[in-house]
Design a protein around this ligand. Structure first.
Ligand SMILES: *Cc1c(COP(=O)(O)O)cnc(C)c1O
Length: 400
């Protein structure tokens, strides 16, 4: 991923066997492999590959885990968002507020259903949407003739956003909230689990997410029975009493039975994994805070650390740090290189509301963020090695 020079590339290729994983899915698989084998075999023996027993077992288990009344599994986290917008009736002529500093899917689904994404700046310390920018964005949108119907909040890198502030604004403007919890399922805010913080919450089971399967998968959470029932219809081609009775336009977005069986196994160790991720994050914080800006989690929230993301001083050449880390066998990734309002596919939406106004915080974040290896399996020794490499790279760059 890093565009390091030829010499570095050669070194890395030579030492690639000793390069540690960015997310250690192999160690996790080793931990749970025998249970996974048995779970997959059960599905193969029965043969109910689509909408089989484990799909419904998983929906119940996820509901028990997070406290949401209704859980609708689906094919991936992007579909989970798009189906939610469909269930809310969002379409042409509507506008939806989204953070600009997030993965593409958050805004993509708004455009996909024909609505306009309106981009909001982020907070420097938490990387999440800045509640104070929401009101001005709603007012600017109205001036441009756009009707804001809702807000998609992202709990970026696994940490919940500031829901009390966000919910106050949403209720005073009468707009709904979707929590794009693709990175934060398992996290909590003021003792409430993600999945219950918004009108609808969505997640992704892509392998690299905190709770991932061995392929694509997703789920939608709500306490609203009508929305849940519309989502179950949308998931299977807008079915009515059966799939050949079509009462609305839907999609095909089912979670495979095998993936549900795998997720049931992974869910059993998930609470332990969340604790381990928090231990690694605490070690990183302790070792790095004097050299870089470490991520800030609210005292009343628990993160699942989808990413552990530091901010480098702006004077430091980030690409050189990435290459120095790579040479020492430490992978690192930039999430995200470019905020969405500045992307070719989305800049026209931003300009239609804000002209060429910058979103200063997320633009600066894009220049300085760097994510380090994170999983429940990093271990203290690797965490120390990673931090030593980061500190060495930064000192080296500061002296240049
Ligand atoms: C991963 C991700 C998604 C999309 O999930 P998929 O399962 O890959 O479709 C959506 N939003 C955010 C913030 C994500 O990180």
């Amino acid at each position: 991923m890093a565009n390091c020079n030829q010499n570095n590339n050669t070194d890395v290729n030579k030492s690639s066997a000793s390069c540690m994983p960015f997310i250690d899915l192999a160690a996790q698989q080793k931990n749970i492999r025998s249970g996974i084998d048995i779970a997959i075999k059960k599905v193969l023996d029965r043969g109910d590959y689509v909408m089989g027993e484990e799909v419904f077992d998983l929906e119940r288990a996820l509901s028990d885990f997070c406290g949401a009344k209704y859980v609708v599994s689906c094919a991936n986290g992007t579909d989970a968002l798009e189906m939610s917008l469909m269930a809310l009736g969002v379409g042409v002529g509507d506008a939806v507020l989204v953070p600009s500093f997030t993965f593409t899917a958050t805004a993509e689904v708004v455009a996909s259903v024909g609505a306009t994404p309106v981009f909001i700046d982020s907070l420097w310390d938490s990387y999440n949407i800045d509640p104070e920018k929401i009101v001005s964005a709603i007012e600017a949108s109205e001036k441009s003739g756009l009707r804001i119907v809702g807000l998609i909040v992202v709990d970026l890198f696994g940490a919940p956003a500031d829901y009390d502030a966000i919910r106050d604004i949403a209720s005073s403007y009468g707009i709904w909230i979707i929590d794009d919890a693709a990175q934060s399922f398992g996290a909590s805010y003021k003792g409430e689990k993600v999945g219950t913080l918004a009108d609808i919450s969505t997640t992704s089971f892509f392998p690299a997410k905190p709770l991932g399967c061995y392929g694509d998968g997703g789920a939608i959470f709500t306490d609203n029975p009508e929305i849940a029932s519309v989502l179950r219809s949308i998931r299977i081609h807008g079915k009515g009493s059966n799939k050949y009775d079509n009462v609305r336009v839907g999609v095909n977005s089912r979670l495979d039975t095998i993936q549900a069986a795998i997720l049931l196994q992974k869910l059993e160790i998930f609470p332990w994994e969340i604790e381990e991720r928090n231990k690694i994050a605490a070690l990183y914080n302790e070792m790095l805070y004097e050299y870089v800006e470490t991520p800030t989690i609210r005292d009343d929230a628990v993160s699942v650390w989808a990413q552990y993301t530091i901010r480098l001083p702006e004077s430091i050449n980030r690409q050189a740090v990435i290459c120095a880390l790579k040479e020492e066998g430490v992978p690192s990734v930039v999430y995200y290189e470019k905020p969405l309002h500045a992307q070719q596919a989305y800049s026209k939406y931003h300009e239609s509301v804000f002209g060429n106004r910058a979103l200063a915080v997320c633009e600066k974040l894009s220049r300085v963020v760097l994510s380090l290896p994170m999983s429940a399996y990093v271990g203290q020794t690797s965490a120390e090695k990673i931090c030593a490499s980061v500190i060495r790279a930064i000192k080296q760059q500061s002296n240049l």
